[in-house]
Design a protein. Structure first.
Length: 161
């Protein structure tokens, strides 16, 4: 069974060094999974957004992301309030999903404001990478690196500890 990993991100990846890193991990992952990277446009943010502006923006971005998620996909939402996992725990989690027949796993990375409540409810699992704050574009590279590391761990291959 070939596992499909999709990463749906809000906003365009603009920084060349991040795009180069993402390209490198896409190449590395090609021997392990089918990878699908999706960027949805972020919404324009007013200079001094009100709380209703923020909710409206999150809802619009959330609806764009949800268009790329199928009914039975397992959705892992990157979220500051999610559960932290070690690399080994992530490998176990992904391996368990594949063994149980989940061949499509989607990672969702929200925009700079976060994600809508609708998108949060759709998540099968909320994952926090760290208590540190990272730019949401940088998180794409981190997700791919951790998925690559999880693939290597699962196959019993060497990886840097």
């Amino acid at each position: 069974m070939v596992t499909t990993i999709r990463v749906v991100s809000v906003g365009k990846l603009k920084e060349k060094y991040l795009a180069d890193g993402v390209a490198e991990y896409k190449k590395r992952l090609s021997g392990y999974v089918k990878l699908d990277m999706v960027e949805v446009p972020d919404e324009a943010l007013p200079a001094n957004p009100s709380s209703s502006d923020i909710v409206r923006i999150l809802d619009k971005e959330g609806k764009k992301v949800l268009k790329f998620i199928r009914e039975h996909e397992h959705v892992i939402l990157l979220d500051l309030s999610g559960k932290m996992l070690s690399s080994e725990e992530l490998a176990d989690e992904l391996n368990t999903l594949v063994i149980s027949g989940k061949s499509r796993i989607t990672f969702v990375i929200g925009g700079s404001l976060g994600v809508s409540e609708e998108l949060r409810r759709r998540a099968s699992f909320c994952w926090s990478m760290s208590t540190l704050t990272f730019p949401h574009q940088f998180v794409r590279l981190l997700v791919l690196e951790q998925v690559y590391r999880a693939c290597r761990i699962t196959r019993g291959e060497r990886y840097h500890r």
